[in-house]
Design a protein around this ligand. Structure first.
Ligand code: UD1
Length: 368
C-alpha cells in the first residue's frame, strides 16, 4: 500500500515520527513523507526532524506563512500535484493545523482515502482555527484514529460509522516515551541552555502562542503582567514562538528579567526543561497531554480544551487567560491542592503500530 504521510507545522512532526518509524516494520507498505512547509524556520522545523530521527521529506511544498486562506490555498495547489503524480492509496493526516485540512480536502476530491490521526477532538469553540480544521477533516475522513474516549463520543454523535472509529491511544505519547529514553542517555550539559538550568533551582516552564492570547494587546498585556508577578516568586523559562515574539515587539510589552526568554527549542531540549519543571503554564494542545503522560502539573491558559481527559484524569487544569484566574490556579497548584493525575488508557507508546494494523489488509505482515 502506498501512503502519503503529511506534516506541516511543529505539532505535526512529533505525531508523524512514530508512524514513519513503525511503518518500516511492515512489508508491502510504502510510506512517503510530505512536508507542506507551513513551518519553515530552522527551530520550528529542521530541528524537529533531527530530534525525531526523520529523514529529508520526499516532498517539500514550500507553502510558508500568509493569511489562513493564502496558506491553505498554497498547500492545496502544491499537494494536488503530488497526489496526481504519486496516486497514493491513502493519505494520512495528523492533528488540526491548516495543512491537515488542506491535504485531506485535496485527497478526498481525488477519491483517495483519508485517515485522520487524532480525530474526534472538539473544543466546541469555533473561534479557534484548529476547531474548524478538525471538523472539516473529520467530516470527510474514511478512518478515524482517536486518542481519548471523548473523541469516540463526538464522532458517534456526528454519525460516523462505529467500524471506522478506532480508539488507539496517542502517537504523540509514543514519541514522548522514545524521546525520554533518548534524553536519559544524553549528557546533562548536552544543550546550550543547560548552564541556565543548572543555575535556576525550581522554575516554571511557559509556552504561549495562541492567537486568542497573543494577538490582542489588552489580553497579552494582562498575561504579561501576571507572568511578571509569578516570576517574582519562581523564575520562568519561556521559549518564544515567532508569532508571540512579533506581537510582544509590536505592542512594546516588557517581560521581567526573571522570565528567561529562549528561542523556540527542539523537541528534546524542550522536554529537558519541562519534565523537571515545578509546573508548566501553556496554551499548547500537545503539552497538556504530554504533561499528563509524565505527571507534571500543568496550567492551561485557555477557557476550554478539546482534550478533556487531561483535566478529568491527568495533571491539567484550565485557567483561561484572565490574570486573576491564572494567579489563583498558580497558587492552588503551588499549594499542591491537586492530584498529580493518572495516565489515560492506551497511552502506552504503541499507538502507531495499532494504526498500521487497522489500515493494512489482514493487519499487515512483518517486513523481513
Ligand atoms: C500553527 C497551528 C497551531 C499550532 C502552531 C504550533 C494552524 C491554524 N495553527 O500556528 O495549531 O499550535 O502552529 O506552532 O495551523 N512563523 C515563523 N516561522 C515559522 C512559522 C511561522 O516566523 O517557521 C511566523 C510567521 O510570521 C507566521 C506566524 O509565525 O505568520 C504564525 O505561523 P502559522 O503557521 O500561521 O501559525 P502558528 O501560529 O504557528
Amino acid at each position: 500500500m502506498k501512503v502519503l504521510l503529511v506534516a506541516g507545522a511543529r505539532p505535526n512532526f512529533m505525531k508523524i515520527a512514530p508512524l514513519y518509524h513503525a511503518a518500516r516494520k511492515f512489508a508491502d507498505l510504502e510510506c512517503l513523507l510530505v512536508h507542506t512547509g507551513q513551518h519553515y524556520d530552522y527551530e520550528m522545523s529542521q530541528a524537529f526532524f533531527d530530534d525525531l530521527e526523520l529523514p529529508e521529506p520526499d516532498f517539500f511544498l514550500e507553502a510558508g506563512s500568509g493569511s489562513h486562506a493564502e496558506q491553505t490555498a498554497k498547500i492545496m495547489v502544491a499537494f494536488e500535484k503530488v497526489c496526481l503524480e504519486q496516486r497514493p492509496e491513502l493519505v494520512l493526516v495528523v492533528g488540526d493545523v491548516n495543512s491537515t485540512l488542506a491535504c485531506s480536502v485535496v485527497a478526498k476530491k481525488l477519491l483517495v482515502k483519508v485517515a485522520h490521526v487524532e480525530a474526534g477532538l472538539r473544543s466546541f469553540d469555533l473561534s479557534m482555527p484548529e476547531e474548524i480544521n478538525r471538523m472539516v477533516t473529520d467530516a470527510i475522513s474514511d478512518y478515524f484514529f482517536v486518542t481519548e474516549p471523548s473523541g469516540v463520543d463526538n464522532l458517534k454523535r456526528e454519525g460516523k460509522p462505529a467500524a471506522a472509529v478506532h480508539l488507539v491511544g496517542h502517537v504523540m505519547i509514543d514519541n514522548l516515551f522514545r524521546q525520554v529514553e533518548l534524553l536519559d542517555r544524553m549528557a546533562a550539559d548536552a544543550f546550550p541552555s543547560a548552564g541556565l538550568k543548572e543555575s535556576l533551582g525550581d522554575y516554571i516552564f511557559l509556552t504561549l502562542h495562541r492567537p486568542a492570547n497573543v494577538d490582542d494587546r489588552q489580553v497579552l498585556a494582562g498575561i504579561v503582567g501576571v507572568l511578571n508577578r509569578i516570576a517574582g516568586r519562581y523564575p520562568l523559562v519561556f521559549p518564544v514562538h515567532p508569532r508571540t515574539r512579533k506581537m510582544l515587539d509590536l505592542f512594546g510589552l516588557e517581560l521581567s528579567p526573571a522570565v528567561h526568554q529562549l528561542p523556540p527549542l527542539g523537541f528534546r531540549e524542550a522536554l529537558f526543561w519541562w519534565r523537571d519543571a515545578l509546573m508548566v503554564l501553556t496554551d499548547s494542545g500537545g503539552l497538556q497531554e504530554e504533561t499528563t503522560a509524565l505527571g507534571v502539573p500543568c496550567i492551561t491558559l485557555r477557557e476550554n480544551t478539546e482534550r478533556p481527559i487531561t483535566v478529568e484524569m491527568g495533571s491539567n487544569v484550565l485557567a483561561g487567560n484572565r490574570p486573576g484566574a491564572i494567579m489563583e490556579a498558580f497558587e492552588r497548584t503551588l499549594a499542591g491542592k491537586r492530584r498529580r493525575g493518572q495516565v489515560p488508557p492506551l497511552w502506552d507508546g504503541r499507538a502507531a503500530e495499532r494504526i498500521w494494523k487497522h489500515l493494512l489488509p489482514g493487519g499487515g505482515s512483518r517486513a523481513q
